[in-house]
Design a binder for this molecule. Sequence first.
Ligand SMILES: Nc1nc2[nH]cc(C(=O)O)c2c(=O)[nH]1
Ligand code: SF4
Ligand SMILES: [Mg+2]
Length: 228
Amino acid sequence: MNMNEIKLPMVEIFETVEGEGTGAGFPTIFVRLFGCNLRCTWCDTPYSYPPEKAEKVMSIEEIVNDVRSYSSHHICLTGGEPLLYGDHSLKLIEELVKLEQIKDIHIETNGAIDLKPFISQIKSSKVRYVMDYKLPDSGEMEKMNANNLKLLRKQDELKFVIGSEQDFFIAKLLLDTHKTKALPLFSPVWETMPPQKLVEMMLKHKCSHIKLNLQLHKIIWDPAMRGV
Ligand SMILES: Nc1nc2[nH]cc(C(=O)O)c2c(=O)[nH]1
Ligand code: SF4
Ligand SMILES: [Mg+2]
């Protein structure tokens, strides 16, 4: 199938600064696909899956053309779950990789999708995965594919969204018991975990190799605002 035959359900494409991870602060084009296989309790994008509806359906060609109209060198492919569409997600990534303007494509994936086909088929060093590995407070931890942890490479990021002390200790245990090359990030749930408390726990429990991750976009704009 070619680029204009493959169509994907979409929420939005917009340009802002990346709020999270090692790319935080860089002007970035966000490509947000519709649909998710999880329903995390603290999800901040419930408009990206049913019962809400996709804003539009776009062909890969239309998505690529829209991305071209911005000037940022970074793309955040997000959702929902952007890897939900298998070969179609893969084809979208391959077409975005071809854009010379784009130096980095990071993919926000939720830990419940097998990364193997993506890592084995996408060779470009522009592509990085940011895996949001779910903990008990999310209500979705049992859907996690622990095999993904050892597939992550050193350019990838492994994010734990921490809602409680229990989440903190489970994340720490996971890191202590599973090999991964990815950079571990601890990110507080906006509503239930004051950043100060998370930092205190990180220092007390010697999380020397873990990076605190705050969502810049929740600080810069109203936390409920979309498209920023
Ligand atoms: N500024 C900004 N940075 C982000 N990083 C990850 C986001 C996401 O929704 O996946 C996001 C987002 O929605 N906005
Ligand atoms: S995986 Fe992400 S988009 Fe899906 S429900 Fe969880 S937080 Fe929301
Ligand atoms: Mg968001």
